[in-house]
Design a protein around this ligand. Structure first.
Ligand code: ACM
Length: 277
């Protein structure tokens, strides 16, 4: 199957222009899975809760969700992209998975970054893994994490332990370390990873963020199959066999999952004064 990602520079609060831009970029793209950045239709640096609220989408419908559903149904690709999701009084930093049968599944970002904590509710759906199919109807398992989740090895691990073959990773990265870390996340979990980051700069009223591009696709041995530059707007793609992730035998005597020793690992939250972990 072919996995692809879109790296581009969304403009703040210009939802329809951003959707048009992605639509033009993916026109004619033949891929089974297309991953778009975090908050790809709205931009990232929300100036206020009312700005965020004005672009948050109710479950199941709204411009970004409709866009993902339309492109999935009309091309047969599965699309993943980030959007602000409203549920009752809360707004989550979410990513939707749109499959060609019209289904929409959602992941809500667990590890909120910096000022996101002032605006979004922390994700409450765990790390779900979805059963999806490529365009030849071959099944594989798709996990989602969003941007800063990369900093917590537990995120990719939770997805891998539930059988994710491919982790789609919509991002708005500002820290330089993630492109170095993702090959390790792929290697230590023996999964494919597809990190779709954005480019450009955006302003809060009192500060500016610069996004680092460098989107990348990694294979289960930690090799980078495709990588983008810092500023370029482009599509990346790679042909993969997702089931390669299932061969977790490291030596005759070692299996990446079966050799885990959870009884030896610290569990749960560390006490605030416990520095041992
Ligand atoms: C981030 O999590 N958007 C840095």
């Amino acid at each position: 199957m072919r996995v692809a990602l879109v790296q581009f520079n969304p403009h703040y609060m210009q939802v329809h222009a951003n959707l048009d831009r992605v639509s033009r970029m993916i026109h004619g793209l033949e891929a089974d899975l297309i991953v778009l950045p975090e908050l790809f239709a709205t931009g990232y640096c929300f100036h206020s809760s009312s700005d965020l609220s004005s672009v948050a989408e109710q479950q199941g419908s709204g411009p970004a969700i409709d866009f993902l559903r339309f492109h999935s149904e009309s091309t047969g690709s599965t699309l993943v992209g980030g959007f602000p999701e409203r549920d009752a009084d809360a707004i989550y930093n979410s990513a939707a998975v749109a499959t060609p049968d019209g289904r929409i599944d959602v992941y809500r970002k667990i590890h909120l970054f910096d000022r996101e904590k002032l605006l979004f509710a922390p994700g409450n759906l765990g790390f779900p893994v979805f059963d999806v199919r490529d365009r030849q109807e071959r099944p594989y398992r798709l996990g989602i994490m969003i941007c800063f989740d990369w900093y917590f090895p537990e995120a990719a691990r939770s997805l891998a332990l539930q059988g994710a073959d491919v982790i789609a990773h919509p991002a708005n990265l500002v820290r330089k370390d993630c492109p170095r870390a993702m090959p390790i996340r792929a290697l230590e979990n023996h999964v494919f990873t597809v990190t779709a980051n954005r480019t450009g700069r955006e302003r809060y009223p009192d500060a500016e963020l610069e996004f680092i591009g460098q989107s990348l696709i990694c294979d289960p041995s930690g090799e980078v199959l495709a990588g983008a530059g810092r500023d370029e707007e482009r599509i990346l793609s790679a042909d993969i066999d997702p089931h390669q992730s299932r061969h977790r035998q490291i030596t005759v005597h070692n299996d990446l999952h079966l050799d885990r020793r959870p009884e030896c690992y610290a569990l749960g939250a560390a006490a605030p004064d416990d520095k041992r972990i």
